[in-house]
Write a protein that binds this ligand. Structure first.
Ligand SMILES: Nc1ncnc2c1ncn2[C@@H]1O[C@H](COP(=O)(O)OP(=O)(O)OP(=O)(O)O)[C@@H](O)[C@H]1O
Length: 283
């Protein structure tokens, strides 16, 4: 398949995209991270963004969060420009430890994900806010520690709260920045199942940045694979081939399927998107 055939092309009468990019370019000086990027993410679609270190995955999130302008082209989130669309966005950052001295209660951390202006200060606003927070705490299985100080919770419990905070505002697009990193296998499963359930029930589109596709492979509709200013977009089976990755990396690369997982052999050392050939392949 040619590179052009793998570039995203939405049908003319497609439903409104949760994310739309047209001829998008991001460059820092002479360093081009991507150029000519056309991408629509449909409601409920799960897009994994893969690529080696420095390929521009975090920069893409910064563009969508309104923290970094494109160098050329356009981007809209549910029809709004980034920065003006934050009420349409949920954002799950990387898992990192929260200071043990943080006394903020779990429910208050989650409540920070609500757009304050929408709820007013009246009793009704406060009751509705509480109802929303309680519902999402239940959804992520965190009701039991809703009133505990966040700093005393485990890493996995804290990450559930970050998912809840990202979901409480009913986003149309959920941005995930390696949300499984440093979680054990059981918690990886919990967090990815939560994200999957929400996109299926509420049609939330998911843009999931990761170095490691295998933990989410069953959920992935399409992959955006960035390498050194080049990219491919398409279903995992179309993008993750020896031919495509060899072209992207400009070096011979073999893509193997082992027990339903994808193993990439021969990509640059910094490409941690899949287990190295010698790495354990989990059942
Ligand atoms: N504000 C900036 N000015 C100049 N260069 C930048 C800026 N932000 C990022 N870069 C460069 O752009 C490249 C892409 O960075 P980015 O953090 O988006 O990559 P990444 O794919 O998220 O990498 P990693 O997997 O290591 O997190 C890097 O070489 C980085 O040094």
């Amino acid at each position: 398949m040619t590179a052009d055939a793998l570039v995203d092309a939405a049908p003319v009468n497609a439903p409104a995209a949760a994310l739309r990019m047209r001829s998008a370019r991001l460059a820092y000086g002479s360093r081009v991270l991507w150029d000519g990027l056309d991408l629509d993410i449909r409601p409920g679609e799960f897009l994994a963004v893969l690529g080696p270190n420095g390929s521009g995955k975090t920069s893409m999130l910064r563009v969508l969060l309104g923290q970094q302008p494109l160098s050329a082209g356009t981007v809209t989130i549910a029809g709004h420009a980034p920065g003006k669309a934050n009420h349409k966005l949920g954002y799950i950052p990387q898992q990192r430890a929260i200071d043990a001295n943080l006394t903020l209660r779990a429910r208050d951390l989650v409540g920070l994900g609500l757009d304050g202006h929408r709820w007013g200060l009246g009793l009704r606003g406060r009751a509705e806010r509480r109802r929303k927070v309680d519902a999402v705490l239940a959804e992520v299985g965190a009701s039991d520690y809703a009133d505990h100080p966040v700093g005393l919770l485990s890493g996995g419990e804290q990450q559930r709260l970050r998912v809840a905070q990202a979901l409480v505002g009913d986003p149309e697009l959920l941005l995930c920045d390696e949300p499984l990193l440093s979680l054990d296998l059981a918690h990886q499963r919990v967090v990815s199942d939560l994200i999957d359930a929400r996109r299926r029930t509420a049609g939330t589109a998911v843009l999931f940045v990761t170095h490691e596709i295998n933990p989410v492979l069953p959920l992935v509709d399409r992959v955006l694979y960035l390498v050194n200013g080049r990219f491919r977009i398409g279903p995992p089976d179309e993008v993750m081939t020896s031919e495509n990755l060899s072209e992207l990396y400009r070096t011979p690369v073999d893509v193997l399927r082992v027990r339903g997982q994808i193993v990439v052999v021969g990509a640059h050392q910094e490409a941690h998107h899949c287990p190295e050939p010698t790495a354990e392949v989990r059942p």
